[in-house]
Design a protein around this ligand. Structure first.
Ligand SMILES: Nc1nc2c(ncn2[C@@H]2O[C@H](COP(=O)(O)OP(=O)(O)OP(=O)(O)O)[C@@H](O)[C@H]2O)c(=O)[nH]1
Ligand SMILES: [Mg+2]
Length: 418
């Protein structure tokens, strides 16, 4: 067994083949760097475990194939209305009606790579109700992801709660949406959401309020799907071009916060090899969002082309001369800023075939680094835990001007404006 095989054995079985594929695509320098990094800490099994844990979700995102979403919930909550918002082809529209029991069979439609399944109400009683419930549960059982729909006016009572327990026992990734939010007076909105959350044992921010009828917050549902289940990201991006920038940004933020956590490893000077791996996986994910298929080999070539590893080292040397910056903070900020810039550069590349100039890359990386340094300073002198740091980096990046100026950077919008 080689050292690599030892490491591979720590990954969950279903991603091992993919990890091997990525590994084989790495150049000899990257391979050697990665192994020497790991073998430099022979007793630190934690480091290996940490890398494995950090990269598994990303690998799933970059190479996963899941794409079946079932919409389930009680009768008359607006499941078919939501389904109709998601299907792309008018011929696939489901029947919608004011009385419970409109949908009596499962129905599915192709939305590019992403299949949506509409199901009958899963709460109705009587023998007909039972068989419809069985249909809904079997669709849920076959799906990769569940959208659980409830009615904001009906709220969550005993039957709704039982249904929730039954569905969550399937152990599928899910989002909960509260529909018909247009019928709730504005002043009651927060209390309606929090009581639904309390009744389901969730936090208010785990519930997405929507109005399926007019498509309000539909984007939030899709982003929640993508945030919950990385394997859905590429399928969503391919099916729904208007969300590509948000999905790519979400992917970038995730990779950047992972990069920060990787940079916490106790290294004398930041080593960029694990970053190259993380960034390459991110680039494969972004390519898939934009409907390009690229190999890990090609992705790591692209990462090398943009030269961010070298730039990162230069910035590290520049800034480490300044006093008062703990090394971990500097490493974490630079690791995430180079990842952010790589993600942004990848979007430009896949969306428009534009290569950011070296100057633009340099300027952007400096800007993002100092932004992160200033927002992370509040963490104090004590080195945070890996999870805490990941959360803080993700939060900071949400407020990064680059993220706020989404529309301006949304290249589809640019195109229209040109
Ligand atoms: N006000 C409002 N009404 C909605 C909304 N979404 C759906 N409805 C209405 O709710 C009723 C039920 O909608 P459906 O989409 O048929 O609900 P369903 O969950 O598929 O119902 P079943 O197939 O019977 O289980 C219809 O009259 C819809 O017009 C919404 O966002 N706001
Ligand atoms: Mg229906």
């Amino acid at each position: 067994m080689t050292l690599f095989d030892d490491i591979l054995a720590q990954f969950p079985p279903e991603v091992q083949a993919t990890v091997r594929m990525i590994w084989e695509a790495l150049g000899p320098t990257e391979k050697a760097g990665f192994l020497s990094l790991l073998s430099g800490f022979p007793t630190d099994a934690n480091l290996v475990r940490r890398l494995v844990k950090l990269t598994t979700a990303q690998i799933r995102q970059a190479f996963g194939q899941k794409h079946r979403v079932a919409i389930v919930g009680p009768a008359n909550v607006g499941k078919s209305t939501l389904y109709n918002q998601l299907v792309q082809n008018k011929g696939d529209l489901a029947r919608v009606g004011p009385l419970p029991g409109t949908t009596t069979a499962n129905q599915q439609a192709d939305a590019a790579l992403f299949t949506v399944v509409d199901t009958p109400g899963a709460d109705t009683v009587g023998s007909l109700g039972e068989s419809e419930k069985d249909l809904a549960l079997s669709a849920a059982g076959e799906a990769d992801f569940l959208v659980l729909v409830y009615d904001a006016i009906q709220g969550i009572k005993k039957t709704e709660h039982e249904l929730f327990n039954e569905l969550s026992s399937l152990k599928k990734p899910f989002v909960v949406v509260l529909n018909k939010i247009d019928l709730v007076p504005r002043k009651d909105l927060q209390s309606v959401i929090s009581s639904a959350a309390t009744n389901l044992g969730l936090k208010p921010d785990q519930i997405v309020p929507i109005a399926a009828k007019d498509g309000k917050n539909l984007g939030k549902v899709l982003l929640a799907v993508a945030a919950t289940e990385p394997e859905m990201v590429a399928a969503l991006g391919q099916a729904l071009p208007e969300y590509r920038w948000q999905l790519a940004w979400q992917t970038t933020v995730r990779a950047a916060s992972i990069s920060a956590a990787i940079a916490l490893a106790p290294l004398p000077l930041i080593d960029f090899v694990p970053l190259v791996i993380t960034q390459s996986i991110m680039v494969v994910s972004i390519a898939r969002i934009y409907n390009y298929k690229i190999t890990p080999q090609r992705a790591s070539e692209l990462v090398a082309t943009f030269g961010l590893g070298f730039l990162g080292r230069t910035i590290f040397q520049e800034l480490s001369k300044l006093e008062g910056l703990p090394g971990w903070l500097l490493s974490a900020a630079i690791a995430s800023s180079t990842t952010v810039v790589m993600g942004y550069a990848a979007v430009r590349w896949f969306d428009k075939g534009q290569k950011l100039s070296a100057d633009a890359i340099n300027k952007l990386t400096h800007e993002v680094t100092s932004y992160l340094l200033s927002t992370l300073k509040g963490l104090g002198k004590r080195k945070p835990g890996q999870k805490g740091l990941q959360q803080r980096v993700a939060q900071s990046l949400e407020n990064l001007p680059l993220a706020e100026s989404r529309p301006a950077h949304n290249l589809e919008t640019d195109e229209k404006n040109n």
